[in-house]
Design a protein around this ligand. Structure first.
Ligand SMILES: O=C(CO)[C@@H](O)[C@H](O)COP(=O)(O)O
Ligand SMILES: [Fe+2]
Length: 216
């Protein structure tokens, strides 16, 4: 399968959000990654529904919504209404993860689960068949522009083995510090989707950078 590229809007210029979304539309990116941070689950606040609505208004690619919030169940419907195609919740933020995943599917969204760098992929074994995607965080969630954690490759390989053994069709998505050096190693280890924020938006030519990642 082709690797999917998901630029993270967190690194975009919010004062020019429309043109940043249009840039993604005109690129070979597959998804638009939207990071929601609540200042409780993570030590940062990103943006809320009015901004997601504004992104959706211009987006021509599916919205991949990454919820870094406590009590995500409370907001699933609202994110569906705001235009999310995939909703990803954090394993560490859910007491009844299976129920939350069911609720996402009942909204006709794809369901993802994200795990922090300290969380072992083994914890996904009993839910992997229900998932469309798993986000392996390759930085501690909360900020863009952080350094990639090298242990991620091993996690990708271990998760790939769990997916294969269980016959799941879940895709492996990597989020945090992705760049040209680690991207090919991640693909080699079994990654299906790469999120890239600062590497894309801080580049001189973001569209060409997306194309280069896509070509790997
Ligand atoms: O979820 C997060 C951070 O918590 C990410 O989606 C970042 O937005 C990725 O940004 P870069 O590390 O690629 O700059
Ligand atoms: Fe993210």
């Amino acid at each position: 399968m082709d690797t999917l590229i998901a630029p993270s809007v967190l690194a975009a210029d919010f004062a020019n959000l429309q043109s940043e979304i249009e840039l993604i539309n005109d690129s070979t990116a597959d998804l638009i990654h939207v990071d929601i941070m609540d200042g409780v689950f993570v030590p940062n606040i990103s943006f809320g529904f009015p901004v997601v609505d504004a992104i959706k208004k211009h987006a021509q690619k599916p919205l991949d919504v990454h919820l870094m919030i406590v009590n995500p169940d409370q907001y699933l419907k609202a994110f569906k209404a705001a235009g999310a195609e995939t909703i990803t919740v954090h394993l560490e933020a859910c007491q009844h993860l299976h129920r939350t995943v069911q609720a996402i599917h009942e909204l006709d969204c794809k369901a993802g689960v994200a795990i922090n760098p300290h969380t072992n992929v083994e914890l996904l074994r009993d839910i992997i068949r229900e998932l469309d995607t798993v986000i392996i965080m390759s930085v501690n969630p909360g900020f863009g522009g952080q350094e990639f954690i090298e242990h991620t490759y091993e996690k990708v390989r271990n998760l790939k083995a769990i997916i294969t053994a269980s016959g799941s069709s879940a895709k492996i998505e990597i989020d945090g510090g992705v760049n040209m050096e680690n991207a090919y190693k991640l693909i080699d280890a079994g990654a299906d989707i790469l999120v890239a924020g600062s590497f894309v938006f801080n580049a001189e030519d973001p569209k060409a950078t997306i194309a280069k990642l896509k070509e790997l």
